[in-house]
Design a protein around this ligand. Structure first.
Ligand SMILES: [Zn+2]
Length: 156
């Protein structure tokens, strides 16, 4: 009696390509697959548990990459940070600058920058550790915009 029955009346119940489960025994991301190896390619050969591990490792890697990408996107761009520091709130609104002092400070700042380029001189240059006036700070800020700001080409 049993022998006369077909092994299966459904085509899906026939194991193919070494799979130990039938096509359609697994469902993921709107795709049918094989439960034995979690593959969604019908013509694929069974890769068993090794295939499952490989698939999960790939998924882990993808999740790690997404997390890393999201973290990178949350970080402010370095250019924005620098511009905030340049025009940010570090200078009080009621700051009154002496124009004469400022022009002197600008000259000193120019000089300092020239000397900074000269490694030999800079080693012995200690005078800038002494006293920094508001004008010196402003001169530094102004020069920094002109010399270091990556957006300077757009400003000029
Ligand atoms: Zn399989």
């Amino acid at each position: 009696m049993e022998a006369s029955l077909p092994r299966s009346k459904y085509e899906e119940d026939v194991f193919i390509n070494n799979h130990t489960s039938v096509w359609g025994s697994w469902w993921k991301d709107h795709q049918w697959g094989y439960k034995c190896c979690k593959q969604t390619i019908r013509n694929s050969y069974c890769t068993g548990s090794a295939g499952i591990e490989a698939t999960e490792a790939a998924a882990d890697l993808m999740r790690a990459n997404i997390t890393r990408k999201e973290a990178a996107e949350e970080m402010p761009a370095p250019v924005e940070e620098k511009r905030l520091a340049t025009w940010g709130t570090e200078v009080p609104d009621d700051l009154v600058l002496d124009e004469k002092k400022l022009s002197e400070s600008l000259k000193k700042e120019d000089e300092r920058r020239r000397e900074e380029k000269d490694e030999r001189k800079r080693k012995y240059n200690v005078k800038w550790n002494d006293e920094v006036t508001a004008e010196d700070m402003e001169a530094y800020r102004m020069k920094r915009i002109h010399h270091d700001d990556p957006m300077k080409d757009f400003l000029n």
